[in-house]
Structures are given as structure tokens and as C-alpha cells.
Design a binder for this molecule. Structure first.
Ligand code: 0X9
Ligand code: ZN
Length: 411
């Protein structure tokens, strides 16, 4: 029997170890002119202490920027000097994080039920995959495609393997804090395996390979220590982590990626410096010729984006990708009314080289490569409450299915 006082101290130690976002604010900043948009992009590149949750090239769009208390006076002075209109979207980021902790500590429920109501931990996600492979052994299998830097198994689940089928590779969670992405991948797995009869049209002549958490070290760290952690966890000098979505070897580091290890968009020491990006690379290379659709889930902003992410020029074959993405956006619009913006990453958002989407398209020769920026949590940004999971994953699955169907018709 462990004395209560020890339990209390352990709980306090764990709570104390978690990074606090007390006093951090998220500002919404309206960019009305080209110069204002340029100013924000330069700020994103040059200032490691402020964190852009959303930034795009579109005029009259509102950037969302998280700023720690000490940097707020200078940030506001910068905005005023440049004539920005702005407001405070989240007054204290810490209060949105505590809401989530309350949900996370509810008593456990069976995994299938939890998918819609909880952000599952990495070990539970992997257990679920193994459980499905055991239960549906004739057409479901799990493969460990590598290990994360901290040694967590990177598991893919393959559904409906058949050498004649085109393959869809779906991944999620390369950015740790974007919890809704692994939750969506998990719901897709659940639908394809446990509700196969409702999803026959995307199973009959397609094989799905799904990696629900690309960056489990970062994902776990964002549960335990820093809710808004984005990168992997391997140390580089005095800072930790690489932005996995700047680490792929295609125009690596050329634009929109930082060479500073402390930046949120650190490109890594070399291209493919991270075991997690190597695993995605190898999985895609293994499927070269067969994989027709690479879909990578992120959050947030309701975007369906495609190559290139490193230049504003559009690649040969972009119309095919656009057609698939438009099918996804239209299906969602029809089902729930939610709007997605469709276009090339550089033209819609910003130029950022080294993304998995560009690499899959250019080097693994996947003809349809799309990044889906899922809905966020409204005023909570990356921190959509667990109560929002069900509505979000069900809506996103409608779009994913519509895109898969389009791909099945093409190949
Ligand atoms: O910046 C990113 O990596 C993505 N947005 S996020 O807010 N989820 O971080 C967009 C990436 C678009 N694709 C490329 N630039 N290749
Ligand atoms: Zn992301």
C-alpha cells in the first residue's frame, strides 16, 4: 500500500514538470496589404520565441500568433508600427490546456468507444492496431516500419492487401500537437476495419496503409510536458526536435525552413536526419509504383493542399490532384456545410521546403499527394476539446472517402 502523501507528491511533481502557458496570448492579426503579409512571414522566420499557429499568403486573412508574456509589448509595438488591426483570440493559453487535462483524467473506456471521445495515448493506439490485426487476421496486418528516436515502435496497419490494388498511404501526427490528426486516422482505421460493410466502396479495389502517429515522441511529449510541442524530440545542441515536415530531401532547407535548432520549423541537421521521417520515406519507397495516393493529416485551418510547397510554380499533373482534392472539399461541403480551401501549398499558405507531400510526389512518384489541414478548435486553436473529436473525425472521414473514391476511379 503506497502512502497517500507519496501519491500526492508524485502527482504534484508531474504537474509541476509540465510546461505552463500562463499568460501566453494568441493574437489574431489581420493582414490587409502585401507589405503586412511580408512582415508577418519575416517575423515567423526570424523570431523563435513567438509561435505562428496560422499564417497564409491571402490578403484579408487573419494570422494567429501565440506570444509569451515577455514578448508581448514588443510584438504589439511592431503591430502598431505597421498599421495592423489585431485582437486577442485567447487571453490565457494555459486555461485552454487545463480543460483538456480534465477530460484526459476521466475513467478508462474500451478503445473503440474512446476513439470518438478521447485523445488516445500512443501505446493505446498501437494496442488497438494489434488488436485489430489479431481479430481480423485474414485481411488486416500490422508492421513495425521503424522506431522513433526514443524507441517507440512506428506501426502501420495494412487493410485489404492485394498486390493488384492501388495503395493509399495515410499518415498523421508528424506535428506532435496536432492531436486531431491521429484521432482522424484512428477513426479511418476503425471505419475501414470494424465497419467495413459501410465502407465497401473504398475497400473493394483499394489497399490502405495507415501510420496513425508519425512522431510518437513528440506526441507523448505534448501530452506529458508541453501541449504545444510540434517537432520530434532528438536533441540538437541546446534545443530539441526537428520539424519533420521540413526534413524530407527535396529542395531541403531552401525556403521556409530554419537552420536554427531552436526554431519551430528547424529543418534538421541534414535531410532525413530523423528516424521518423526515414520510416515514412522507406514505407513510401517500398510502395513505389503501387502507391497512388499519399494523404498526410495535419491541423489546422480547413485546407486541402498539394505540391509544390517549395515554389509557387505548379507541377505537371496538378490538375489530377486538384480534382481529387476538390472532390473531398465538395463532399464535406455537401455533408456539413464546412468549407475547405483547395490549392497548392505555396500559393495558398506559404513556401516551405522539405515537406513529406512534396517528397512523396517528386521522389516516391506518388501521383496524388495531398496534405489535409483539419479543422481546429475555434477559439482553442490546436486544443480542440475532446468533446469536438466526434464531429470533426466524422466530417473529415467523409472528405477522405470521397478523395479515395476519386483515386480508385482514376487508377
Ligand atoms: O507548415 C507545415 O508544415 C504545414 N502546416 S502546419 O500548420 N500543419 O504546420 C503545411 C505544409 C504544406 N506543405 C509543404 N510546405 N510542403
Ligand atoms: Zn502540421
Amino acid at each position: 500500500m503506497i502512502p497517500k502523501i507519496i501519491i500526492l507528491f508524485t502527482v504534484l511533481a508531474v504537474v509541476a514538470a509540465r510546461r505552463s502557458y500562463q499568460g501566453y496570448k494568441v493574437y489574431e492579426v489581420l493582414q490587409e496589404t502585401v507589405n503586412q503579409a511580408k512582415f508577418l512571414h519575416q517575423l515567423e522566420q526570424s523570431n523563435d520565441s513567438i509561435d505562428f499557429w496560422h499564417l497564409s499568403k491571402q490578403l484579408n486573412d487573419r494570422a494567429r500568433v501565440m506570444v509569451p508574456p515577455g514578448a508581448q509589448p514588443a510584438f504589439i509595438a511592431d503591430l502598431m508600427r505597421n498599421g495592423f488591426q489585431f485582437s486577442v483570440l485567447i487571453d490565457n493559453v494555459e486555461s485552454t490546456i487545463q480543460n483538456n487535462a480534465a477530460v484526459a483524467s476521466r475513467k478508462p473506456i474500451p478503445i473503440e468507444n474512446s476513439i470518438l471521445h478521447k485523445y488516445l495515448r500512443h501505446s493505446d493506439i498501437n494496442s488497438y492496431l494489434d488488436e485489430l490485426a489479431n481479430k481480423y487476421a485474414s485481411h488486416v496486418s500490422v508492421v513495425e516500419i521503424g522506431k522513433s528516436y526514443e524507441g517507440r515502435p512506428l506501426k502501420t496497419i495494412t487493410i485489404n492487401e492485394n498486390a493488384n490494388n492501388p495503395v493509399i498511404l495515410l499518415d498523421a501526427g508528424i506535428h506532435a500537437r496536432e492531436w486531431i490528426a491521429p484521432a482522424t486516422a484512428l477513426y479511418a482505421i476503425n471505419q475501414l476495419v470494424e465497419h467495413a460493410t459501410n465502407n465497401k466502396n473504398v475497400l473493394s479495389n483499394l489497399t490502405w496503409v495507415i501510420l496513425p502517429v508519425v512522431n510518437p515522441d513528440g506526441y507523448e511529449y505534448s501530452h506529458e510536458q508541453e501541449r504545444l510541442w510540434r517537432k520530434t524530440r532528438k536533441p540538437s545542441g541546446r534545443c530539441s526536435g526537428t520539424d519533420g515536415n521540413r526534413n524530407f530531401d527535396f529542395h531541403w532547407g531552401e525556403v521556409g525552413a530554419s537552420s536554427s535548432a531552436c526554431s519551430e520549423t528547424y529543418r534538421g541537421d541534414t535531410a532525413f536526419s530523423e528516424p521518423e521521417t526515414q520510416a515514412v520515406r522507406d514505407a513510401l519507397l517500398k510502395l513505389k509504383g503501387r502507391c497512388k495516393f499519399y494523404l498526410t493529416l495535419h491541423s489546422y485551418g480547413n485546407y486541402l493542399l498539394y505540391p509544390w510547397g517549395w515554389t509557387r510554380t505548379l507541377p505537371d499533373g496538378w490538375r489530377e490532384i486538384d480534382e481529387v482534392a476538390q472532390a473531398g472539399a465538395a463532399a464535406i461541403k455537401k455533408a456539413t456545410g464546412s468549407r475547405y480551401t483547395v490549392g497548392s501549398s505555396t500559393n495558398v499558405l506559404y513556401a516551405a521546403a522539405g515537406g513529406s507531400d512534396d517528397w512523396a510526389f517528386a521522389e516516391a512518384k506518388v501521383p496524388i499527394s495531398i496534405i489535409m489541414e483539419l479543422p481546429g478548435g475555434g477559439s482553442q486553436g490546436f486544443n480542440p476539446p475532446a468533446s469536438a473529436i466526434e464531429r470533426s473525425v466524422k466530417e473529415s472521414w467523409i472528405g477522405i472517402k470521397a478523395m479515395a473514391l476519386k483515386v480508385a476511379q482514376k487508377y
